[in-house]
Structures are given as structure tokens and as C-alpha cells.
Design a protein around this ligand. Structure first.
Ligand code: 3HC
Length: 318
């Protein structure tokens, strides 16, 4: 087949994007498209795996067997999401071990939200309701991402996320209609997780270095600010329904725009947390490093078994 020059390759690539034809692993793609996907999908995978830690802390402390079973199922789902997404990164030619080492070395990011402590049982409600609620807002459009494996992974992830969000909101509903102490615990959790949840959507569009290019490549289908606004518009009435107050004195329904106006996010706090200076950053990375060390013998045993099996089959075939 005649070698196509780079401009023709780029033209055909963008034509597929413009016509919503999925880009598959074996298709030609510009290297910066590939690198953007490796960056975003690997950090998404890291977020899923680190995201298990704040909730894992409460599995043994759940108030009853039902809550424990539901939380256990949710945390197991997050592990599966992480493995799914690490596999999606490998389709782009990234090495899984190196990708995971980038997390442990601090080279790769993961969602800032997971660097906040989970201090009470109500935090399990706030995390499910707000963090998974925000994740759904951000992940549903990713089901239409231009890169095939990522889009397909998101379809399954989103089905499980909606269960995660509902179980969290149910915890908040129960507490908010419980004793005054329980309602106060739910309000305290909302106070501590509301603003970090808004930060999950990333910097304002004007300060986002990747959004425009990711929109042009249809990796992102909505901008950071559009998704954040959708999240606020959906979540405020939910809080009102259960009698909790959003910790934002500037929150106000705007008849003209048909959206809630809300206060300024503390971007200094956001960047401090992203740069490793949040309340739990060190704990989270230490925990992930320890998990890798503690699990090394399992990987070595599995690899040894696989090598022996391969040799046995090769001997049989000769
Ligand atoms: N935490 C940490 N870093 C963040 C961040 C956050 N909340 N928001 C943005 N950043 C980083 C970006 O990674 C980028 O840094 P980099 O160039 O070193 O990667 C920088 O800040 C600039 O931000 P941009 O908005 O320009 O970057 P993106 O275009 O990548 O947008 C994003 C950021 C919206 C998070 C996008 O990467 C995305 O949609 N990722 C996929 C979804 C995802 O990762 N969600 C995280 C939560 S997963 C989760 O909650 C699991 C659930 O089951 C609990």
C-alpha cells in the first residue's frame, strides 16, 4: 500500500474524529493524541485505585452488616475500574508496571478528592453521593470518547457508578432524617466534601491547559466548567430534599441562566493538594507502595507458574 504522508494521515485521523468514528488501538494516531490518552486514562486508573483507600478505612467500621456488604461491593468495583483502565492504557502501548510506578514516584496524578480524610461514617455517604456523583457527571460523556477502548470501558464503569452514588445518597438520607447528632454528622460531611468535589472537575476552562485540545479530539465532550455546573444544578436540590445545607453563601438560583450561581473555588487549596500537600497525600501513596510490596510474592508466584506452564506446553508440542 502506498505510504501516506504525515499530513494525509493527520487529515484522515481528524476526519474520523469529526465523523464520530472510533479510533482503535491499531489505527494510526498522532503521538500527542496517544500521549494525552495515556496521561488521562492512567490518572483515571490511579484515581480509582487510590479512591479505594478512604472508603476501605470504613469497611470494618460500618454500622451494620448490610452497610458493610454494600461498601465492600463498592470498593471492589473501584478496584475493577482501576484494572479495566490500566488495561485500556496498555492498548496505547504503555507498560502497566511503569504506569503504576509513576503513581508511586509522584510523577503521575490522581484525583485530588482522595487526599481528604474520611473521619465519620457520614463521610461514606458524602463520598458516594458527591464524589461518585461527580465521577458519573464526568464519566458519562467519556462513554462517547473518540478512543474506542476508553469509551467502552466507561459504559461498564458508569453502570456501577450509579449504584455507588445511590448507596451514598441513601446513607445521607438516613442520617439526615435520624437523630440531631446523625443529621449534624451528615451536615459536617457535606461541609467537608462539597468544595473538594467541585474541584474534581479540574481548573476553570480558562486555566485548563488540556481542555480545548481534548474537546477538538472528542476525548472530552464537555468542558470542566460545563460538567461542574451540571453537577451543582443536579446536587443542590438533592441536598435540599434531605434538609442539608450546601456550604456556599453565594449559592443562588439564577432565573436568567437557569443554573445555580455559586461561590469561587479555592484554587490555591486545589493546587496545593494536586502538588502533594493535601491532608492525606503521603498516607495514600505510602499505602499504594506498601500494597505493591506486600503483593510482590503473589505476582512472582503467578509469573513462575506461567513460565513453567509455558515450558511444559512447549515441551509437549515438540
Ligand atoms: N485532581 C488532580 N489533578 C487534576 C484534577 C484533580 N481533580 N483536575 C485536573 N487535574 C490536573 C490534570 O491532570 C492536569 O495535569 P497534568 O497535565 O499533569 O495531567 C492539570 O490539572 C490541568 O487540568 P486540565 O483540566 O487541563 O486536565 P484534563 O483535561 O486532563 O482534565 C480531568 C482533568 C477533568 C480530571 C480529566 O483528566 C478527566 O476527565 N479524567 C477522567 C476522569 C477522572 O479521572 N476522574 C477522576 C475521578 S475518578 C473517580 O472518582 C472514581 C470514582 O469511582 C470514585
Amino acid at each position: 500500500m502506498k505510504e501516506l504522508n504525515i499530513d494525509e494521515l493527520k487529515r484522515r485521523f481528524q476526519e474520523k474524529i469529526d465523523n464520530d468514528i472510533k479510533i482503535e488501538p491499531k489505527d494510526w494516531m498522532p503521538d500527542d493524541y496517544r500521549q494525552t490518552l495515556i496521561r488521562q486514562i492512567s490518572q483515571h486508573a490511579h484515581s480509582e485505585v487510590v479512591g479505594m483507600l478512604p472508603e476501605g478505612n470504613w469497611i470494618t467500621r460500618a454500622p451494620n452488616l448490610r452497610r458493610k456488604a454494600v461498601l465492600l461491593a463498592k470498593v471492589q468495583d473501584e478496584a475493577g475500574h482501576g484494572l479495566y483502565l490500566y488495561s485500556a492504557v496498555e492498548t496505547l502501548g504503555a507498560d502497566r508496571e511503569e504506569t503504576i510506578d509513576d503513581l508511586h514516584s509522584g510523577k503521575a496524578k490522581y484525583s485530588s478528592i482522595f487526599n481528604y480524610p474520611t473521619l465519620t461514617w457520614a463521610d461514606m455517604g458524602a463520598v458516594g453521593w458527591l464524589v461518585d456523583g461527580a465521577a458519573i457527571m464526568n464519566q458519562v460523556p467519556l462513554c462517547r470518547c473518540s478512543y474506542g477502548p476508553y469509551a467502552r470501558a466507561m459504559v461498564r464503569v458508569c453502570k456501577e457508578e450509579s449504584f455507588h452514588q445511590r448507596q451514598g445518597f441513601e446513607i445521607m438520607m438516613k442520617l439526615a432524617s435520624g437523630t440531631p447528632e446523625q443529621k449534624a454528622m451528615a451536615q459536617d460531611a457535606l461541609n467537608r466534601f462539597w468544595w473538594p468535589a467541585l474541584m474534581m472537575f479540574g481548573p476553570n476552562d480558562a486555566d485548563s491547559k488540556h481542555t480545548q485540545q481534548s474537546m477538538d479530539w472528542k476525548i472530552k465532550r464537555h468542558t470542566n466548567d460545563e460538567l461542574r455546573q451540571q453537577f451543582v444544578d443536579i446536587t443542590v436540590p438533592q441536598a435540599e430534599m434531605i434538609g442539608l445545607e450546601i456550604p456556599d453563601p453565594d449559592l443562588k438560583w439564577n432565573e436568567e441562566t437557569g443554573h445555580y450561581d455559586f461561590g469561587e473555588i479555592n484554587w490555591d487549596e486545589f493546587w496545593q493538594v494536586v502538588q502533594g500537600n493535601g491532608p492525606c497525600n503521603k498516607d495514600r501513596i505510602d499505602a499504594r507502595r506498601k500494597a505493591k510490596e506486600d503483593g510482590m510474592w503473589v505476582r512472582e508466584a503467578a509469573n513462575a507458574y506461567a513460565e513453567k506452564r509455558k515450558a511444559r506446553l512447549a515441551k509437549k508440542a515438540s
